[in-house]
Each structure stands twice: as structure tokens, then as C-alpha cells.
Design a protein around this ligand. Sequence first.
Ligand SMILES: *[C@@H]1O[C@H](CO)[C@@H](O)[C@H](O)[C@H]1NC(C)=O
Ligand SMILES: *[C@@H]1O[C@H](CO)[C@@H](O)[C@H](O)[C@H]1NC(C)=O
Length: 308
Amino acid sequence: MPICAPSSDSSASSASGGRAWIVHGLALGAAAAAAAAAAYLYRRPSGFRSRAVGIIPARFASSRFEGKPLAHILGKPMIQVESIYAVFSPGLGCGVVHDVSLFVPIVVATDDERIADCCRGFGADVIMTSESCRNGSERCCEALKKLGKRYDIVVNIQGDEPLIEPEIIDGVVMALQRAPDAVFSTAVTSLKPEDASDTNRVKCVVDNQGYAIYFSRGLIPSNKSGKVNPNYPYLLHLGISGFDSKFLMIYPELPPTPLQLEEDLEQLKVLENGYRMKVIKVDHDAHGVDAPEDVEKIEELMRAKNIQ
Ligand SMILES: *[C@@H]1O[C@H](CO)[C@@H](O)[C@H](O)[C@H]1NC(C)=O
Ligand SMILES: *[C@@H]1O[C@H](CO)[C@@H](O)[C@H](O)[C@H]1NC(C)=O
């Protein structure tokens, strides 16, 4: 069910209007309480990289899941479920309820009119990007250029984790604000032992300051026994990344690197080029939606958690 009338504005200029609509369309009491807690917990350092925007890149064509952003989860398009979650990020979204100065928009970047129409229909802001974008970061880069406003941080909120908690989005923003030497930030959570050999679940190792050392589709670190060590705290990478916006502008142009190509992991390009990446560890029950059969699993989970 759309929670507000579709807007015909295709640019981000109606950012505040769109956001306000989404917030009003939800339980305001809960939002206000969350915002109050958030304002207290996450007082953002002023100044350094203070302006952040969240971008949800969404395309229709996909080899594994055609039309994924519009696939319904408990009766709502996935992109809507995801956008509403993102809006509740303390730093990015909930701040709007109490303090207008904290307001930072979240926009959907797409090349597809069906997705754009759907998003405008529930009050999201949409940026049209070209069909030639090869992946989400290219799309975020193009959207950033088209946004017209200056932002210091861009959070790429990927569609394969529709239930990414808002606190995680905020954490990724703060990681970049607190680590001036990093140009990229991302999040990991505990890897379930049963996911150890799944090559779609990307593993990560970090140094003792929380900077990324490496990412792999294989199990890292690897144990002498050749088996999964049930006692080792392996880390699972989550599909969310924060970019310093100046870095995002050059990132698509950086040539591919050998490890990136071999593992087919874009984030390795950051590390192989010698840039620093800050990683936050979060509590998150990962439930990626990579294929149509994942939808049922996520619906089950939403029912169990009483999420509508
Ligand atoms: C390696 O993994 C096994 C279980 O798979 C565990 O018993 C052992 O303690 C781990 N560590 C080392 C150093 O072997
Ligand atoms: C995404 O696009 C960039 C170029 O913008 C390219 O270097 C990178 O390899 C691509 N990543 C994937 C996973 O295709």
C-alpha cells in the first residue's frame, strides 16, 4: 500500500518533502522515541565529513533475480521496505524528526521507469541514472554528480540486504567521520559456521584498529586442520559501503586490480590501490536476497520479528 500520493518530481529537489512523507506514514511515536535515543547516543562530530547522503542503487535487469527491487515482500515492493528502513537511520533519517539540521536525504538511483514510479509512489526521492552504469558504485557516483548538492559521504545501500538496520547505516557514516585516513567504510557481522563454505558470503579480516586487511569468498583465516574452527570469530561482510565522496568520484575510474578480478570483489580494488578502509562490527542477522527463493525466507523472518 503506498503511504502517500505519487510525486511527479523526478529530481532530489523534493528531498525534504519525500522524507517527511515517509516518516509521517509510519508510526511517529516510535520514530520520535528512536530519534531522541539516537540524538543522545550518536551526537555527530561537527565539521569533518559532516554531510552524508544515502543512495540506494536499484536496477531492474539482473541475471539472478530479474526485477528484484519490485519483488514483493509481505505485500510491499522490496525497494519500499528497504527505503523505509533506511529512513530510520539515526544520523541519516530519524534526526529529521527532532532536528532539521541533521536532515540528510536518502535517494533511490535507478535507470528504470518502473522502479522510479514505484519509489515516487511511496514518497521516496529518485535520481535517474544511465543504463550504462556497470554496478552500484558507478550508479552512486553518477547519482552524486546529479544530486547538485555537495556531500562529504555517500552511503551505498545495496538491495541485497533489505533489512539492513538503520544503526548500521549510521555506523558506516560515523566510521568515516572518525577515521580521517580512511576513504571507505563498511560493516561486518559474525559468520554462521554453516555459511563458511558459501562463496556468496564474503569473509573479511581486519587489523587491530578495525581497518580491513582482506576480503575473500573463501574462508579466511584458514585453519591448519582444513576445517571450520567453531571457536574462531569469522567475519561476514555486509552489503553496505560508505564512501568519502571525493574518493567515490575517482573510484570508478581506478583500473581493476588482480585480486579484485580473481575474487570478483569490488572492494578489493580499494585495498589493492593502497587506500584505507574502516570496518565496523555489528550485530546483524544476515539474510541476503540474491535469488527469488530468498524472498520466502525473509518474509518468515519479518513475521517472526513482527515487522510489517
Ligand atoms: C583449528 O580447527 C580445529 C577444529 O576444526 C580446532 O580444534 C583447532 O583448535 C583450530 N586451531 C588450530 C590452531 O588448530
Ligand atoms: C564496478 O565498476 C567499476 C568501474 O566503475 C569496476 O572497476 C569494478 O570492477 C566493477 N565491479 C564489479 C563487481 O563489477
